[in-house]
Design a protein around this ligand. Structure first.
Ligand SMILES: [Zn+2]
Ligand SMILES: [Zn+2]
Length: 266
């Protein structure tokens, strides 16, 4: 697999490398396609910083890189839109206004709070995980405008016992509803290898969810590292390939102009 469809640059508040450094990193890893997906997370304030960027500057910088590196790599322009139940209109208008190649819809806040920042969080893991899925379902059911749902079970990273207290069967009803709704809307999910990086032992979402998605008729699946620095580009993609095969996928998906392109899993 030589395309990474989820990564961040200094246009994201939590990343510090220039887009050019990331593109060069992707070339060094032997990728043929890279999609930059910086954070556009309206109404999300992290320690006083807003997770937003200036779209005009973003497009002009990335378009320039597209041209400069055209012979070496295909640079696509994406975005990771933060989803919250009250943002449907904002998300819809924003992604229509700019010509993104690809839109990831990600839920980073649970009931308006960042699980990553909730140091005082006394919530049981099982409640945290359930709330995480319920917040996703609420956004998915509203049919917001995005192409794939980002890192579906990433909330497990912030549990006190992480994967040790993650019993998928407890949430099967709600994860099924999320998957069915996505499929019905023609949307996909992503296989996000940051889970491996965080030492969870699985990529997001867990292979059981991937298998279920396939079983329910899901076909659209992108693969991304969620890298915030060049060394993490295409992180554990060999392992991701095996996970895809083990889940029954013969194809993974790239996006261009928000249209899916299916590529055979090597
Ligand atoms: Zn994210
Ligand atoms: Zn991300």
């Amino acid at each position: 697999m030589r395309a990474d469809f989820h990564m961040h640059t200094e246009f994201s508040t939590d990343a510090h490398c220039s887009p050019e450094e990331m593109v060069l990193g992707a070339i060094k890893k032997g990728l043929t396609t890279v999609c930059i997906t910086d954070h556009m997370d309206k109404d999300y304030d992290k320690e006083g910083k807003q997770f937003v960027f200036c779209p005009e500057e973003y497009f002009s910088t990335l378009r320039k890189l597209q041209g400069e590196y055209r012979q070496k790599i295909d640079v696509r322009i994406g975005v990771e839109m933060g989803l919250q139940p009250h943002l449907k209109t904002f998300v819809g208008n924003y992604v229509k206004k700019y010509s993104f190649d690809f839109v990831i819809g990600s839920v980073h806040l649970i009931d308006g709070k960042d699980p990553h920042q909730e140091k005082e969080n006394q919530m049981e893991d099982s409640i945290l995980y359930r709330n995480g899925f319920e917040n996703i379902l609420e956004c998915v059911k509203q049919q917001m405008d995005f192409d794939v749902l980002g890192h579906m079970d990433y909330v497990v990273r912030y549990g006190k016992e992480k994967e040790k207290s993650y019993f998928l069967q407890d949430y099967a009803e709600i994860t099924d509803e999320i998957l069915r709704s996505l499929i019905m809307q023609g949307k996909g999910i992503e296989l996000n290898t940051a889970g491996f990086k965080y030492g969870l032992g699985f990529a997001h979402p867990h292979i059981s969810i991937l298998k279920r998605y396939k079983e329910l008729g899901g076909e659209v699946i992108t693969v991304g590292s969620d890298a915030h620095q060049p060394e993490n580009i295409a992180y554990d993609f060999d392992r991701a390939k095996e996970v895809l095969k083990d889940s029954g996928f013969k194809y993974y998906t790239e996006f261009k102009g928000r249209k899916p392109i299916f590529i055979q899993v090597g």
